[in-house]
Design a protein around this ligand. Structure first.
Ligand code: FAD
Ligand code: SF4
Length: 447
């Protein structure tokens, strides 16, 4: 990885990792053993033919490599940047047992960047079937389902409630990790497959349920955008944000450029972020770039942080202060936030997730000065549309229940991504959407 120097990158939203050179890409790909039974492919939720694309990169055939990747994944520049490859393809790479695994994510990103600069390639497409499918939500799940169905010859209408497609890729993940022009270019390629994108269309309101169910099949990819709060005293004070709101205002509505754009966000001089996942890291690093001194409070130990290790390391390099084994208990302030009272936590017996359960230590309260508090403790499925479909079976956390074919309890209605799993990852959403698209195709053919 080639990261921009800390002292420069913390003042702007430019990409942190500048990527690898063609020479480095060819040398790294050349280390691939071209395994007969490649474990890396098993670790890829969308099944990219990794050894073949690496062989082409090693030979300098970057365009051919892009064609191979695009057969399985329409969003490679995005996945190359944000997927947790260390737990997937790279985590499985046989070379990792003795030396460094192949940096498959960096290479996927390299190939996709080359493709974008030298002319996008489109995967093969079948003739039209004359059937219509509605896809709701233009995040990674909806975009993947739409692309896959369009390639199989379906007329796809993709409904998105916001004024821009991309879901979390646009409004959640900050530009310094995922530049927005790159997201836009990959969405444009999906649209070139013939997908009919309808922005500002809120399914359940401006698109009625009847209109949706008139399609031959429906795929729900409405994501998990409903933020959880901690239920703390003082949570209604001005200066308290959910990470979702804070990030959406900056990433999608350019609050960092207020008043040029008219969505303000308070720039804190002392910011406390609660949480330890990717969302918490992103919120903390955005607040830092807006000029704040940022403290991240996490209730477990540092080694339990669920965020990607590379992003934790970058957050630390950039100057985010980590306070682990601590939990906010009260937001202080009268008219606005002035501080966050926290309690220290001790680790007890393992919980159902296999991690030690944190418990507060009596008499250990302490205060951190703050004028902004950001809760990044998780989010649940967007409730609007699914609550209008009472026949849709839902789990305890409001997630849509699907079977192994991604069928919901409603006939011809499928679902995948965060709306079914709860907050997860881009590639898991894409893998689910791809399988659901093929299940829809089988169902419509059997009809
Ligand atoms: P979403 O991306 O949430 O997309 C759902 C879309 O549906 C949205 O555009 C929404 O506007 C639209 N929608 C909702 N309801 C309706 C309706 N009624 N009508 C029309 N449209 C509707 N994952 C990683 O793999 N790596 C990371 O580094 C990473 N970082 C993250 C950082 C942040 C800040 C966040 C919030 C998440 C991160 N994730 C990361 C998780 C990942 O982004 C999600 O798992 C993924 O985006 C889920 O995709 P999705 O398509 O299911 O949902
Ligand atoms: Fe190459 Fe590693 Fe995959 Fe083997 S497991 S084919 S070495 S990337």
């Amino acid at each position: 990885m080639h990261d921009r120097p800390v002292e420069r990158r913390i003042h702007d939203f430019g990409e942190v990792d500048t990527g690898i050179t063609p020479e480095e890409a060819m040398a790294e790909s050349g280390r691939c053993l071209q395994c007969k039974k490649p474990l890396c492919v098993k670790g890829c939720p969308v099944g990219i033919d990794i050894p073949t694309f690496l062989r082409e990169v090693a030979a300098g055939n970057f365009k051919k490599a892009a064609v191979i990747i695009k057969e399985q994944n329409m969003l490679p520049a995005i996945c190359g940047r944000v997927c947790p490859q260390e737990e997937q393809c790279e985590g499985e790479c046989i070379l990792g047992k003795k030396e460094e695994p192949i940096p498959i994510g960096e290479l996927e990103r390299f190939v996709a960047d080359q493709e974008r600069e030298h002319g996008m390639v489109l995967p093969r497409k079948k003739p039209t079937t004359g059937r219509r499918v509605a896809v709701v939500g233009a995040g990674p799940a909806g975009l993947t389902a739409a692309a896959e169905l369009a390639r199989m010859g379906y007329h796809v209408t993709l409904f998105e409630s916001l004024h821009a497609a991309g879901g979390v890729l646009m409004y959640g993940i900050p530009a310094f990790r995922l530049p927005k022009q790159i997201v836009k270019a990959e969405i444009d390629a999906v649209l070139l497959l013939g997908v009919d994108l309808k922005l500002n269309h809120l399914a359940g309101r401006s698109v009625t349920i009847k209109e949706l169910l008139d399609y031959d099949a429906v795929f729900l990819g409405t994501g998990a955008g409903l933020p959880y709060f901690m239920g703390l005293p003082g949570e209604n004070l001005p200066g308290v944000y959910s990470a979702n709101e804070f990030l959406a205002r900056v990433n999608l509505m350019h609050a960092d450029r207020f008043p040029v754009f008219d969505t303000p966000v308070k720039r804190g001089s002392r910011v406390v972020v609660a949480g330890g996942g990717n969302v918490a890291m992103d919120a903390a690093r955005v607040a830092l770039r807006l000029g704040g001194k940022v403290t991240l409070v996490y209730r477990r130990r540092e080694e339990d942080l669920p965020a990607r290790a590379a992003e934790v390391a970058r957050a630390k390099e950039e100057g985010i202060e980590f306070v682990s084994c601590a939990n906010p208990v009260r937001i202080l302030g009268d008219q606005a936030v002035t501080g966050v009272e926290c309690v220290k936590m001790e680790m007890c017996a393992l919980d159902s997730s296999g991690r030690p359960e944190p418990a507060p230590i009596e008499g250990s309260r302490f205060t951190i000065d703050a004028d902004i508090f950001i809760a990044a403790i998780g989010q649940g499925p967007n409730p609007l549309l699914i609550s209008l479909l009472p026949e849709l079976k839902r789990g305890k956390r409001g997630n849509v229940i699907v079977d192994e074919e991604f069928r919901t309890s409603m006939r011809k209605v499928y679902a995948g991504g965060d709306v079914a799993t709860g907050a997860a990852t881009v590639i898991l959403a894409m893998g689910a959407a791809k399988s659901a698209a093929h299940a829809i195709d089988r169902m419509l053919r059997e009809e």
